[in-house]
Design a protein around this ligand. Sequence first.
Ligand SMILES: O=C(O)CCC(=O)C(=O)O
Ligand SMILES: [Fe+2]
Length: 348
Amino acid sequence: MATTETLPELTVSNDVRNDIEELRRRLNEDGYLFFRRLLDPDSLLKMRREMLTIMQAGGWLVAGTDPIDGIADPETRCTEGDLGYTDVYHEVYKLQSFHEIAHGPEIMSVLEDVRGCPMMPQPQKVARLWFPKFTAHTTPIHQDFVHFQGTFDNLTCWSPVGDCPIELGGLAVLPGSHKVARVLDHHFSLGAGSLLVEPSEYPEIDSEWHSTNYEVGDTLIFPALTVHKALPNVTEDRLRVSLDNRYQRVGDPIAEHMLNPHLSSMSPLSWDEVYAGWNGGSTQYYWKQFDTPVLPKITEYLDKGFDEAVDLAKTGNEHAKLHLSRIAIRDPESDQGSRAAAVLATLN
Ligand SMILES: O=C(O)CCC(=O)C(=O)O
Ligand SMILES: [Fe+2]
């Protein structure tokens, strides 16, 4: 099990919060900025209860336990790509607080200081609801650009919703890895996002992972080329709940899929459905006030990962077979769904 003894600590930047030149220097040098308690812990804990109450209603938590504790029922384990995951996730996704928290002044002001211009949260907000001891599905080593696209300057902000000690599986980064200044080769992985970088293919980034025992409110900020991963959730029974939202300069181009609710390609969810139970709020369709060029989604990264999964499945690789079976179940009508089903049929 990973411990803080073996993982060097992230550099904390609270002491230089108002020294904008130093923040920029650190972001350029390290490829990340890390702040303790950047977000208001009380708001996050209130939202944690709302999110976990929905997960409990969806059957994910042990009945009768306090939702705030996030005690998972192992029988209901699921992950991104499973239809059962999306069903509960999309209920969580309708929470007004979950969307609004990404627009808070604490986070927006840091990002605007760092980039020196108006910034916009991308419409597609993301939560991760990660079951314990389901570690084959841990988010693998990757760069965010392959998933979220737009520009290399986009900034991801990752915050746990509740304390997230190492064993609960927070984020880890390879400091300085963004200096590769390009998208690295990504390969098939069973983990969230389905794509992984092999650092051993790139000696220039193959350095020490940095992470920390995160506390509620802590926030890690990094650009789209920084190589990062999640640590495995090796707790006995706790769900890991976190946010990862992306921010761009106002006026920069956005990839088309980032205009849609997360996982709405797996099962449909419209913004009108997301907003249906909201109590007003100025963040509904906020992005329409800006002129944002829209880019088609680049599919080559995921397509290549799929082709690798097909080849691996043919050699009997269990992770690849599981990945293909998820696609075949989820999306039988699609090209990949029918190819996945055809490959699996030859193996059985
Ligand atoms: O929370 C996770 O497991 C993945 C998060 C991530 O990769 C990100 O924030 O970009
Ligand atoms: Fe990521």
